[in-house]
Design a binder for this molecule. Structure first.
Ligand code: BJ8
Length: 422
């Protein structure tokens, strides 16, 4: 489409490399998504959004910018979307799930950096991501060492604000995070000219709560046997939740959930009843990182939940909407965000019990722990989680991988052997 090409040129993308990326992405999507049987009608919306991921949605961002709005990019679920929306800006998740510009990225960060970090740096340096190029501000956070050090180098290439995220859940840590939320609120005001008030924050909290409630509803429906939706489709929905318009997205997911309820009533599913059910747990899987879900669902199993930031860690908790002062509402926001059980925290015992609860509620037969290579926090917790789950009689398989396709056959052999013994 010529209009899109002009838009991408304006964003200074590398047009021929970008054309190549879209072609690979389209093929990959066809193989992994469009080939599925018994998909829900409501997934057509997601197919459409994905087919327009670099088109229509990016055009909407340009239109918003032309109307004076700012675009805020993020890499972590610790950066509150509620603040962005209250400041009348657009919030987009930028973490990337494909290898691109790796050679260039390795000039900024060490080789033994996880694929997610190398990917967002590579996408920027190779001029491939229209979202990164649309951002007026990118908000980082001091979570893992890999990210916080990468932001130092990355900030020479984009306009950044880094929020300090504490490493423990003590009262002092919470006070630190509140101070950082307030500092971020001021940074947003300086950028957008919009003061965050009780009224606009209340409104944005409701919008984001409604989005999370729709995703929670979807998650609960996946407890049914036969599984009414594939794990791949559910992952896609969670991935799209990071860049679609939140109100439109919430409506579409609720419509999809209505269809899922009808399907459950008729005892229909995407796989036969009794198919082995897996919970995937660990690092976030950003678009288009569909490798492991594809391997798992091609191994006589179905995925029934994602214990991940692109999954339950982003949707499990809501913000209390009742406080009637701005300070009270900020406290409610801080309380909600400090419940996130990211492996960057120490200790992080609540994650162990959260995984166990999810496995039980979703009737999972086993857990597959997924850590990106070189991700220290999740690799450590894989060991801990394995001990906790095996004491409870829940089988777990630990996988470490990256975005390359080289290990697909090997992963398939391991996952098949695991599913076989469940
Ligand atoms: S709240 S999980 S989104 S930090 S995979 S970059 S941890 S070396 S992504 Fe995360 Fe926020 Fe935590 Fe969630 Fe580092 Fe590991 Fe790479 Fe990671």
């Amino acid at each position: 489409d010529a209009a899109y090409t002009a838009m991408w040129e304006n964003l200074n993308l590398d047009i021929s490399a970008h054309d190549g990326l879209l072609e690979v992405l389209g093929k990959f999507y066809g193989d992994i998504y469009l080939s599925q049987q018994n998909r829900l009608k409501g997934m057509e919306y997601l197919d459409f959004v994905l087919s327009e991921v670099h088109g229509l949605r990016v055009k909407e961002l340009q239109d918003a910018k032309a109307a004076g709005k700012k675009v805020i990019g993020t890499f972590c679920v610790f950066v509150p979307e509620e603040l962005t929306l209250a400041a009348d800006a657009v919030h987009v998740g930028l973490c990337s799930g494909a290898d691109a510009g790796t050679e260039e990225a390795e000039k900024l960060v060490p080789r033994n950096t996880c694929a997610l970090i190398k990917s967002f740096i590579g996408f920027k340096l190779a001029r491939l991501c229209p979202y990164t190029e649309s951002c007026d501000l990118i908000v980082g956070e001091t979570t893992c060492d890999g990210k916080k050090k990468a932001y130092e180098a990355f900030s020479n290439h984009v306009s950044m604000h880094v929020m300090e995220v504490p490493q423990t859940k003590t009262a002092d840590a919470k006070a630190l995070f509140k101070a950082e939320v307030l500092r971020h609120k001021e940074a947003l005001k300086a950028l957008t000219g919009t003061e965050i008030t009780l009224e606009n924050l209340q409104k944005s909290i409701t919008i984001v709560n409604e989005k999370r409630k729709a995703l929670q509803r979807l998650s609960r429906l996946r407890a049914a046997d036969p599984a009414p939706i594939s794990g791949r489709d559910a992952l896609l929905i969670n991935q799209v939740s990071f860049y679609d318009d939140p109100v439109r997205f919430t409506q579409s997911i609720n419509t999809l959930c209505d269809q899922i309820e009808e399907r459950i009533e008729k005892k229909e599913g995407v796989v036969p009843a009794g198919t082995k059910r897996l919970l995937v747990s660990g690092c976030p899987m950003a678009v288009p990182n569909w490798k492991l879900p594809y391997v798992m669902e091609s191994s006589n199993a179905v995925i029934v939940g994602e214990e991940s930031c692109i999954g339950s860690r982003n949707v499990r908790d809501l913000v209390d909407e009742t406080p009637d002062t701005l300070d009270g509402l900020i406290d409610a926001l801080v309380d909600r965000y400090m419940k996130i059980d990211c492996a960057c925290f120490t200790p992080n015992n609540e994650r162990m019990s959260n995984v166990e609860t999810m496995a039980k509620e979703l009737n999972a037969d086993g857990v597959i722990h997924y850590a990106l290579s070189f991700c220290q926090p999740y690799a450590h917790e894989a060991i801990k989680l394995n001990n906790v789950l095996s004491a409870k009689g829940i089988p777990m398989l630990s996988i470490e991988t990256d975005y390359s396709m080289e290990d697909v056959e090997q992963l398939k052999t391991r996952v098949e052997a695991f599913v076989e013994m469940l």
